[in-house]
Design a protein around this ligand. Structure first.
Ligand SMILES: [Zn+2]
Length: 331
């Protein structure tokens, strides 16, 4: 696979309340802002389509539903019984339909993403499933992924890319992922601060290390070689290179450092024929929209320059898996 052009892969974890419900209650002002996340989804789609940027929208399965009845029809038979009860999504009260409960139902947005050129609807599991938490098993994980595929099929979609919530990747689950029709995951970033671990093992030190990494600018973010994507089981892993950290007034002076670091990483991928995988959540763009979209446009300007100069490509996760399977079948 020598001389393959470099690629910018973008994935978004689309989850609305499902991804934050253990720490954002309905009284939290951030809960109210989830409505603005829906506008951020539309605005992101406009930017991607206008600039011919491809992206994977790793969407929580619950969000494929437009009504509570639709969601309940797809609930898995076997569910996780997390030791940390606050993680149990099935305890959540859900409104009748998308209009009355825009924080938990988003079928219309899934349709919009699927209809937008170059956009891949992927999975963030059915229930924002935590693969490394005590109280769940491979059987409940398989059941969860089966529900994710079933509700997607209800909208005429087949999911092949998977992003694990909180980046909790359990390599022992690779066969389950493949059996449920997935070909590609976004594994954890390959550095100490990002190693996959359960919630209780996350320390302030790990979080501080990730924050420092975004701004420190000492080393370029990691990139992935095309020959490193295919895992022995036959599953593709396109690990995260960097999280697009949203604008924060308190860290304003540090933000040029983040942009410089991202540019350096993307340039490295372009010049060495490697993959740079950038990810964030649409809810990160709900606030400070002007600043966040400006940052994104600057990142995409760098990509455009490299597309011309180095032939860099914009790919969704499924495109990477397709490229890999084409080249491995020709061996
Ligand atoms: Zn998530």
């Amino acid at each position: 696979m020598a001389n393959r052009p470099g690629a910018l892969v973008i994935s978004l974890d689309f989850e609305l309340h499902w991804g934050v419900r253990d720490h954002v209650t309905r009284q939290d002002p951030r809960y109210g802002r989830l409505g603005e996340t829906r506008e951020a989804v539309t605005a992101l789609l406009e930017v991607f389509v206008a600039r011919s940027v491809r992206a994977t929208w790793a969407t929580v399965g619950f969000l494929f539903a437009s009504t509570r009845d639709e969601l309940e029809a797809y609930e898995p038979r076997e569910r996780p019984a997390y030791a940390h009860a606050e993680l149990d999504p099935y305890a959540e009260m859900i409104g009748m339909d998308e209009e009355r409960d825009p924080q938990h139902l988003a079928g219309s947005l899934v349709e919009l993403i699927a209809a937008s050129p170059g956009q891949e609807v992927g999975s963030h599991t059915f229930s924002h499933y935590y693969c490394l938490e005590p109280g769940q098993s491979e059987a409940t994980f398989r059941s969860d992924l089966a529900s994710a595929q079933a509700i997607a099929r209800g909208r005429g979609l087949r999911l092949t890319s998977l992003v694990l919530p909180r980046n909790q990747w359990n390599p022992a689950y690779a066969a389950a992922v493949l059996d449920q029709g997935f070909r590609c995951i976004r594994g954890p970033q390959r550095s100490w601060a990002h190693q996959a671990r359960g919630n209780s093992e996350q320390t302030r030190l790990h979080r501080a290390a990730r924050l420092a990494e975004s701004y420190a600018g000492v080393s370029a973010p990691p990139t992935t070689g095309w020959d490193e994507v295919l895992l022995p089981m036959g599953l593709c892993d396109v690990p995260a290179s960097a999280f697009l950290r949203p604008h924060s007034p308190a860290r304003k002076r540090l933000e040029p450092l983040q942009l410089a670091r991202l540019r350096r990483g993307i340039r490295h991928a372009a010049q060495h024929g490697r993959i740079f995988h950038l990810w964030w959540h649409p809810h990160n763009f709900a606030q400070h929209r002007v600043e966040n979209f400006e940052l994104l446009e600057q990142v995409l300007d760098e990509f455009d320059r490299l597309a011309v100069a180095e032939g860099m490509q914009s790919l969704a996760m499924a495109d990477v898996a397709t490229t890999i399977s084409r080249s491995s079948s020709s061996w």
